[in-house]
Design a protein around this ligand. Structure first.
Ligand code: AMP
Length: 402
């Protein structure tokens, strides 16, 4: 049976087709510039065959129709008919306090996702559009929502509450939710499989370092704390997001620059982070290149700040967990940047953390233990695979329905 995984953004639809018997990805692709000029769909199948179709994609429904058309086209041999799709799994950004695991999409679940639009105004509307479009195109298709926030619902109250008037929590549910939950839980479980240890008995720190970045403290298989908060702007320094920031700065900039709320949001979400500090780029490769090959001091400052913030979180999570057994790197930067991994792990010998440079220095995009044999804390690189988790959750939920 095949599972289609959809990740609908405001102007894009990422998709992946999975064969669950073989646990194999059959095709991966994206519809880009949905609702904009110059839209197209790209697809690559498991044999490396690539195709690109240009055409007007006015909305998500038309985009998904295009995608289904390509998947069932005789030219690529992926699906004989749409009936081969057992179910569709959707990545959904925010499940609020309603979901601590993935859920079969029925009217109640749809309503809850809609309610969470207030909490994720940039993401949930597109996720919802994808689900509704799919329902319009194949009315009896089974759909599952996999929430970025669900894994973190195990955080205890003292970890997820902000010290603001409690009435504001009651009224608006303002609290830490955390994101990247699918990735944190996948890489933590995978690392335990690799190390052959019991996931439910470990103290784990995960670092998902991509354009968006977050860390998570996992104790005995449960998220205890995570760096992203009410929104994905809190925590680590990211490509264009500030991460942790004194809220006094917000008021001060708004006052001095005479900025309205909408513009200050843009400053902290789109113009800050590595882009804002370095003035070079939000892309880590370009920043590393500017620091190393051009002697760009602001690029180096950005790199120093970036790894220092991660170090502080490791220290904080070591305290929260009462020690660390396993530290895991994932995401575009965590998987591919030996320089960042080395800078983060430097001077942690007092905690019993030592990486093996010969393992770390050339490692890109592969699973590997990079700690020294005598390191008390095991350090791993685990390429994340959120689509596999979405496909597996979807398969497991719909299998129980039959
Ligand atoms: P993601 O959002 O997970 O796709 O990660 C994107 C980030 O990974 C960007 O900042 C890229 O520059 C970074 N990245 C990808 N490959 C490398 C690499 N070889 N070295 C350093 N950073 C990388």
């Amino acid at each position: 049976m095949k599972i289609l995984v959809l990740n609908c953004g405001s102007s894009s639809i990422k998709f992946q087709l999975w064969d669950m018997l073989k646990k194999e990805s059959l095709a991966v692709g994206i519809a880009e510039k949905v609702g904009l000029k110059g839209s197209f769909v790209k697809l690559e199948n498991s044999k490396g065959q690539k195709v690109k179709f240009e055409g007007e994609i006015l909305d998500h429904q038309i985009g998904i129709e295009y995608i289904l058309g390509i998947l069932t086209s005789k030219d690529y041999g992926l699906l004989k008919s749409l009936a081969e799709i057992e179910a569709v799994g959707h990545r959904v950004a925010h499940g609020g306090e309603s979901f601590d695991k993935s859920a079969f999409v029925d009217d109640f679940v749809l309503e809850q996702i809609e309610k969470c639009i207030e909490l994720a105004p940039l993401h949930n509307p597109a996720n919802l559009r994808g689900i509704i479009a799919m329902k319009n195109l194949i009315p009896d298709i089974k759909q599952v929502a996999v929430f970025d926030t669900a894994f973190h619902q195990t955080m205890p109250e003292y970890s997820y509450m902000y010290a603001i008037p409690y009435s504001l929590y009651n009224k608006y549910k303002i609290r830490r939710y955390g994101f990247h939950g699918t990735s944190h839980s996948y890489i933590a479980k995978r690392a335990c499989d690799i190390l052959k240890v019991d996931y439910n008995k470990q103290k784990i720190v995960t670092a998902h370092l991509g354009n968006g970045a977050s860390m998570c403290a996992i104790r005995d298989g449960k998220s205890l704390d995570t760096s992203m908060g009410f929104t994905p702007v809190e925590g680590l320094i990211m490509g264009t997001r500030t991460g942790d920031l004194d809220i006094g700065v917000v008021n001060y900039i708004m006052d001095k620059e005479e900025l309205p709320l909408s513009s200050i949001n843009t400053v902290f979400n789109k113009q800050s982070g590595m882009l804002g500090i370095t003035g070079v780029s939000s892309d880590m490769r370009e920043i590393q290149n500017a620091a190393k090959n051009e002697g760009n001091k602001r690029a180096q400052l950005g790199l120093d700040m970036y790894s220092y913030r991660i170090k502080k979180y490791i220290g904080a999570y070591a305290a929260a967990l009462g020690g660390i057994d396993i530290l895991i790197f994932a995401g575009g930067i965590g998987e591919n940047s030996p320089v960042i991994r080395k800078a983060v792990c430097k001077d942690f010998e007092y905690l019993g953390l030592k990486i093996d440079d010969s393992k770390n220095d050339n490692l890109r995009g592969e699973e590997m233990v990079i700690s020294a044999d005598d390191s008390k804390i095991k350090v791993l690189v685990v390429p994340t695979n959120e689509e596999l988790v979405i496909a597996e959750d979807t398969h497991s939920i719909v299998s129980k329905l039959n």
